[in-house]
Design a protein. Structure first.
Length: 288
């Protein structure tokens, strides 16, 4: 059997090669450190330093508050080394995201670098479409003492609202586990479905004011819509009860058919009125 030749180098050659490798690694590391130090010095110099912050589009919010927040973000270091005040290292996307978190009223923000010393931010504030007023429905004079929050068209809760009485805004009541600000009344798709149904109800000519999710903890919950209708001696307005997996068009059609009946209208407009309309059962409508 042929013997395999072993490539054994003399000890001196192996040591020389290791020494050469270590020297290369040292110079590579030194070069890398010098590059980092150079960029760090450059980022902290006055060259290309951001001196001006411009904010447009703020209406309810104070532009100066947004500017001051951006300045605070710029005071930190990128990778603990590079100054964020430098035009090159300014983290525009991250700052945009942080602005949205700090100011929930802002629904959209677009940042740009106007020149080497100026960054600008254009913000779009959320529209005050509805109110979220807690987990349990409240009516009448008690509503003036309830802390409510503004809600946009997606169901996003973005700001505290002044104390309102009456029905200036449509009100939602639902349980929210976290801090209300920055939360959603319901998930976005469910909220859009509910708003669509509310619009259908209002299109029939019925004035709805409140929607809530009601039911005992161990029982299937149902949606409930309350009307703007008061009966003497009764603390709660009339309501419509329907299941959470409802069909908006179908429920609205049933409701419209009910209000087209003269017998029901007479009862609805009478002094005793009605307590509820139950639309949870397919093809059937119950009221009391």
């Amino acid at each position: 059997m042929a013997r395999r030749k072993l490539n054994i180098l003399p000890k001196e050659i192996r040591q020389a090669r290791r020494k050469k490798f270590r020297r290369k690694m040292f110079f590579f590391f030194l070069f890398f450190v010098l590059i980092i130090v150079g960029f760090s010095v450059l980022s902290n110099s006055k060259i290309m330093r951001i001196e001006n912050i411009e904010v447009s589009g703020a209406e309810v919010l104070n532009s100066e508050d947004i500017k001051n927040f951006v300045k605070e973000e710029m005071n930190s270091k990128f990778l603990y080394v590079f100054s964020k005040q430098n035009y090159i290292f300014f983290p525009m996307n991250k700052v945009e995201s942080e602005i949205m978190k700090e100011f929930p009223r802002i629904g959209e923000v677009r940042g740009g670098k106007t020149n080497s010393s100026t960054v600008s931010f254009s913000v779009v504030e959320r529209e005050e479409e509805y109110l979220w007023c807690g987990s349990s429905a409240v009516f009448g004079a008690d509503l003036a003492n309830v802390e409510c929050y503004f809600v946009d068209s997606t169901g996003f809760i973005f700001a505290k609202a002044p104390l309102f009485s009456g029905s200036i805004y449509f009100r939602f009541f639902s349980s929210i586990e976290n801090e209300p600000l920055g939360s959603y009344v319901f998930n976005i798709e469910e909220f859009k479905k509910l708003v669509y149904f509310i619009d259908l109800v209002d299109g029939i000519g019925l004035d709805s004011t409140t929607l809530t999710l009601e039911g005992a903890p161990d029982v299937e919950k149902n949606y409930v819509i309350y009307f703007k209708k008061e009966y003497e001696g009764r603390s709660l307005p009339p309501k419509v009860i329907f299941k959470t997996d409802f069909d908006p068009e179908k429920i609205a059609n049933n409701l419209e058919a009910l209000f087209s009946l003269q017998e029901f209208l007479t009862k609805f407009e009478s002094e005793s009125g009605i307590e509820y309309i139950d639309l949870r059962f397919d093809g059937k409508v119950y009221y009391k």
